[in-house]
Design a protein around this ligand. Structure first.
Ligand code: GLY
Length: 423
């Protein structure tokens, strides 16, 4: 830890979840908590401020008041709305891609065409601009396909279907939200093992963090509705051949594309990958850290995060070597009963004071009121443990989870227990 180099820097983290708490915690290692601000933040992140993050003028005013010189953006929305472009003409730096490059996440069609153009391994696809145009393909494929709305939809724009009835239901949902004239794509469904690879780029180099795995569905055994993520762990053990395939056929062609298109991309790039029969396919790009992957990736990262951020912004990422703590990190997400549908807020959270010192707690949907910590969202807390083996990390994390209580608390019991035959 070295506060002296960065003594004068102050950072604003934009966002509100467990990802942002993990980011704030990691930046506080470099800068000290007094120099780390988060907006809007939550009940667990020190220096949280209730700011409208879609109002860039308000964000700028806030930065000027607090002498903040660097903004780190957690979620995709401000990036796709052009926060990097807005601040480009100011002396405040923003870490992330500009609006055009953020289309890699904001437009599924843009992303697929980019992948196709630069030879990034991905599933075959067709583009549509009217729901009626898709019916023939749905019949041909017997509904066994993936339908993706072109734009950002807060995780609700992707439909993984197994029958004509499911695909028709997905089209009906698209029509309900956007009408019959809607831009979307249909791609082949690949049933394999999923892995998240999250990396930094300065536009010239891409350097990866440890491979990690999210658990998106609500129930054990990957059943039930999709959520924002019920848990994660890292590193994911993978055969050298699969890792080489990811490097050669996904990451390097992506970098070539970023360079050739002269994208302004100084930020995080997330590769959502499916592996099947020894071959890796890119499902999606995100232009930001994943949640809950960040909650295990940052504790595992030994290298100073501020130093990496500076290197990306200055274009010298190739000078930085990433180091990681040995062992495994596991995160179990505690959610409000009823999530991802209807759930109640305002339940008192107890037991955090009883956790062992080596357990990390990253808050998501929490708030403080009258000295009490209360639930304030669907995903409430991330509980993170480290172990020499994955089994040890999981044993520690689940022991910690048992000490925590709030009314109707729910969590998955099988985080980190997939077999991952394809990896
Ligand atoms: N964990 C998936 C995401 O952040 O999009």
């Amino acid at each position: 830890m070295n506060f002296t180099n960065f003594m004068n820097s102050k950072i604003l983290i934009i966002g509100t979840g467990g990802r942002e708490h993990a980011l704030a915690w990691k930046f506080a290692e470099s800068l000290g908590w007094n120099s780390v601000f988060t907006a809007p933040g939550n009940g667990g992140i020190p220096n949280s401020y209730p700011l409208d993050i879609s109002d860039f003028q308000a964000v700028e005013n806030f930065c000027r008041t607090h002498q903040i010189d660097l903004i780190f953006v957690g979620p995709e929305q401000p990036l796709s709305e052009g926060i990097v472009d807005y601040f480009a003409v100011t002396d405040i730096r923003v870490f992330g891609p500009d609006k055009q490059a953020a289309q890699l996440e904001a437009s599924k069609i843009f992303a697929k065409k980019f992948m196709q153009k630069y030879g990034v391994s991905t599933a075959d696809f067709q583009v549509f601009s009217h729901t009626d145009e898709a019916r023939k393909l749905i019949e041909e494929k017997k509904g066994d396909l993936v339908i993706k709305f072109d734009g950002l939809a807060g995780g609700k724009g992707v439909f993984v279907c197994s029958s004509v009835a499911e695909a028709e239901k997905a089209l009906a949902e698209l029509e309900k939200s956007y009408g019959k004239k809607v831009d979307f794509l249909i791609e082949d469904k690949i049933n394999g093992d999923e892995v998240s690879v999250i990396a930094f780029t300065d536009g010239k180099t891409i350097k990866t963090l440890l491979p990690s795995q999210d658990h998106k569905q609500l129930f054990d055994g990957d059943k039930g509705p999709n959520t924002g993520g019920m848990g994660a762990y890292c590193p994911v053990d993978m055969s050298p051949g699969v890792w080489q395939d990811i490097q050669e056929n996904i990451i390097q062609p992506t970098l070539r594309g970023i360079q050739t298109e002269q994208m302004h991309y100084k930020g995080v790039i997330y590769f959502g990958i499916m592996v099947k029969n020894g071959k890796a396919y890119l499902l999606e790009y995100n232009v930001r850290f994943g949640d809950p992957e960040t909650e295990v990736l940052l504790p595992a990262l030994q290298t100073d995060l501020y130093k990496i951020t500076e290197a990306c912004l200055n274009g010298n990422l190739s000078d930085i070597d990433f180091a990681f703590h040995p062992g495994y990190f596991a995160d179990v997400v505690l959610v409000s009963g009823g999530y991802p549908k209807q759930y109640e807020k305002g339940k008192e959270i107890t037991g955090l004071e009883d956790l062992p010192e080596d357990i990390l707690v990253f808050h998501a949907g929490t708030k403080r009121e009258n000295g009490k910590l209360l639930t304030n969202g669907g995903r409430v807390l991330n509980i993170v443990a480290h172990g020499n083996s994955l089994e040890e990390a999981l044993e520690k994390v689940y022991k910690a989870v048992e000490k925590i209580h709030f009314e109707k608390m729910y969590y998955r019991k099988d985080i980190g227990k997939r077999k991952n035959y394809e990896l």
